[in-house]
Design a protein around this ligand. Structure first.
Ligand code: HEC
Ligand code: HEC
Length: 290
């Protein structure tokens, strides 16, 4: 009996100790985040993988085997200037990845070194960089897909005043005439990127054109959830787009309307000219009978 009360008393203490230990381990893990990971995720990951293949820019795996630290410090801060200056390696990179251009990255030298050591350690371990911070602020709920479509098309204005996505992007089924073509078609964007990658692009669109529009007018967390839900539904509604993400779907409405117009004008012309032609032909027939 006495033994039992003792157990009941000790139990909460025991659980408390376990929880404290777990929290301790977790915060240690957070502190163990390799140096540079936060910077890399925020500023580079939208264009660069480490050991995951080329994206907008080259895969940075093995970077320190092919470039010196001095070269890297200079290049990362001002890639375009290095290209203009005629640096052979920069010229080759710009040629290979054109028309993409890496924006200048105003980072302190320590930040760059942090990123470089992250790249070096992942390269050595043969690991791929996986972003940690990119999560939706809440679970997707009913209604988010429609709300996402409305945010995309501009039917509902974006909270911070950014331009609506449809001005520059198309998604299959978004409207009869599709969206703009300045930016890539986004029908298959959810297959092109893993979820955290896509979320991190929406949180922090580090592409020059998008940055100029959304840098000072970021999407809100709510808008990101809704747009993400809409992209996911576009993926499911267009399974064909998954297999050919690089090919923009044909918008058949313009050619179809053009073709109809052509047929109509033939019909009309035929009507107008029918009698004259018959007149000539009848004359010919009559004269040959003579
Ligand atoms: C908008 C896309 C974009 C962003 C953001 C970006 N880069 Fe780049 N990066 C490129 C492209 C494209 C190239 C190839 C050169 C070019 O065309 O500008 C490149 C080239 C590089 C290279 C040369 C690679 C090699 O093989 O020598 C390094 C290093 C690099 N980037 C590091 C970074 C770092 C570090 C960051 C973040 C602080 C970053 N980049 C952010 C697009 C980007
Ligand atoms: C002013 C034009 C413009 C607007 C407005 C715009 N974008 Fe973009 N977006 C672009 C361009 C251009 C690119 C391609 C950048 C590149 O390749 O460097 C892009 C790229 C993207 C990508 C990456 C696509 C890929 O295939 O890699 C996503 C995702 C995206 N935009 C989402 C959005 C969303 C969501 C909105 C609305 C909230 C939006 N964009 C509004 C111009 C725009």
């Amino acid at each position: 009996m006495r033994n039992r009360t003792f157990k009941m008393k000790i139990m909460p203490v025991f659980i408390g100790v376990l929880l404290t230990l777990a929290a301790g381990i977790e915060s240690a893990a957070a502190q163990n985040l390799p140096p540079g990971a936060v910077d890399f995720e925020k500023r580079c990951y939208s264009c660069h993988n480490i050991n995951g293949g080329d994206k907008k820019g080259p895969d940075l795996k093995g970077l320190l085997d092919r470039r010196s630290k001095e070269w890297l410090r200079e290049f990362i801060q001002a890639p375009a200037a290095m290209n203009r200056k005629g640096d052979a390696d920069a010229n080759a990179l710009f040629k290979k990845f054109a028309p993409e251009i890496m924006p200048d990255q105003p980072l302190a030298p320590e930040q760059i070194d942090g990123i470089l050591s992250l790249i070096e350690s992942l390269t050595k371990k043969g690991e791929t960089f996986i972003p940690t911070g990119a999560k939706l602020s809440r679970a997707i709920e009913a209604g988010d897909i429609d709300a996402g479509r409305e945010a995309f098309t501009g039917k509902v204005a974006l909270n911070n005043g950014g331009a609506s996505c449809i001005a520059c992007h198309n998604i299959n089924g978004v409207g009869r005439f599709g969206g703009g073509t300045l930016g890539p078609d986004l029908t298959a964007v959810n297959t092109k990127y893993k979820d955290p990658e896509l979320i991190s692009i929406l949180q922090n669109p580090n592409f020059p054109t998008m940055k100029s529009v959304f840098g000072a007018k970021p999407l809100t967390d709510e808008e990101i959830v809704k747009l993400f839900a809409y992209f996911q539904s576009a993926k499911f509604a267009n399974p064909a787009a998954q297999t050919q993400p690089a090919v923009a779907p044909l918008n058949l409405w313009f050619p179809a309307i053009g073709f109809l117009g052509l047929v109509l004008s033939f019909v009309t012309l035929n009507r107008i000219w029918k009698n004259r032609l018959r007149g000539v032909r009848e004359d010919l027939v009559r004269s040959s009978k003579k």
